[in-house]
Design a protein around this ligand. Sequence first.
Ligand code: TYM
Length: 329
Amino acid sequence: RPRVFSGIQPTGGIHIGNYLGAIRNWVRQQDDYDNVFCIVDLHAMTIPYDPADLRARNLELASVLLAAGIDPARSILFIQSDVREHTELAWILGTLATYGELRRMTQFKEKSKGSERVGAGILFYPVLQAADILLYDAALVPVGEDQKQHIELTRDVAIRFNNTFGETFVVPDADIKEAGARIMSLQDPTKKMSKSDPDPNSRIELRDSPDVIRRKIRRAVTDSGTEIRFDEEGKPAISNLLTIYHLFSDIPIPELEERYVGKGYGTFKQDLAEVIVEHLAPLQQRLDELSAQPAEVVRILHEGAARAREIAAAKMERVRDVTGLGLPP
Ligand code: TYM
């Protein structure tokens, strides 16, 4: 079976954008692929943070992923820094990536804009991401739209490496679904829903209680007019809410449009909130159960790291060999 690799940052406040754009697809495709999922703490440290807090966020995110349905019997789940080969390969790939291409990454431009002290880690971020993916010979990388550029860079670097040192890496494809790949902020439909948005009303977090979910949907911005119609140009806010409704209910968007003809935004939002609450309830219950057994989560991550390390170490042996590093094997 082809291998899938994907990663997610332990930055707290995992939201329905992460869920609909990525996590849910990982869960649904578990039987079709050989799966490796990674909590990328080395990426998270590119912005200032509290060390004790990072440990807690790693475990919290692992619990969220397990509660969402990542099954350790079918998927490897581990913390990035527990497999040292990620940093080792990142250095090597960094010698092939160019400053120009890294500087042009949208994420780098956004995170460095207006900032005087830009950490080199932010610039190097996509190189580490390429290492994550290439270490495991992943054929597919299921992600949201915002990661597309980083996967393209990964492909370029893989091709460059193969041309320079001989066929070593699988050149991966991004797996980006048509719906859900870009869930927008509930407060500004021109911006994507984001963990780092200072306004918590802009996102629904997987841990939000039913009342909080209802309140955030009630407060979500809408467009002028009263019609419930999918039109991303003319009605970006309602289109975003329709997309969320569709993904949580599996009801096609045209059917939803029909259902709400002549009904106002109020009714639509009320129903949408209940659909989200209902869908997240089982996940939240499992999350409560897992939070009560942190030792079990730690055990799963230990085992995941051991399995990941085996794959990564074999790949690094080969990389060291073709690049002529160190003593002969
Ligand atoms: P991160 O942690 O920001 O996001 C995790 C996943 O959620 C997706 N996502 C969204 N999808 C739809 N709508 C949104 N509003 C939305 N916001 C986030 C992201 O596209 C992603 O799939 N650089 C990565 C982590 C990473 C990685 C990797 C991913 C590190 N190494 C290797 C894939 C493969 C990131 O910051 O994701």
